[in-house]
Design a protein around this ligand. Sequence first.
Ligand SMILES: [Zn+2]
Length: 246
Amino acid sequence: MNAFIDKMRRRAGRYLDVRPSPIRPARGTFSLSFDDIPVTAWTEAGPILAEHGIQATYYVCGGLAGSQNLGLPQFDPEDLEAIHDAGHEVGCHTFEHVSTLRIGAAELDASLARNAAWVSDVLDGYEMRTFAYPFGDCALAAKAVIDQRFLCGRGVRDGVNTGSADRNLLQAIGLESRRLPGYDLEALMSETAKQNGWMIAYGHDVMDGPTPYGCTPDDLDRVIRLAKAAGLDILPVAAAWEKMAA
Ligand SMILES: [Zn+2]
């Protein structure tokens, strides 16, 4: 029964309170993001991003710092500083990594405020400008809260954002070992280029023998090479958004 209610609530979040924003970058655009920040999303992925000369978005939960999540060690505050110093965007993923289906609007807002304060403390006043929903769960009441605090919010529903998209629930593709075999990345990227769309990818751990939610270093390298080959601009989420709005 609870699973059924969650399904209905996810559907309400998807179809109601849609705030469409035009997605028409001058060139097709690709954004890479990492959620939760298992430490390998930095130690393994960071050098690959640097080698390609690109920046990504790291969606952080202050409450996961120095902890284990899904059996994997997560980032430390020093990692977050290094991520920020390397020019990557730091985005918000709630403080506790809580599903918006489990909390009300006021509680969500408090979690976002807690995360903002934590990040500001670690990164010397830094303000996060974009959001990713933990578990991809978007409750209807959460959308107005996200709209007020951020430029945009990203879910995990498969797809490329083209033409117009709900800015509080952008679509994405998973750099996840359980999902990657199901994508024709070349076709998705060439379609993104042709339609001047915005493809956002999200991942978690980056290592050989990744979890179902992560990918290998080779997978990451390949995705970046394909995006470049398709002629896509590669930008963090907030920078891509701003370029589109300009
Ligand atoms: Zn997450």
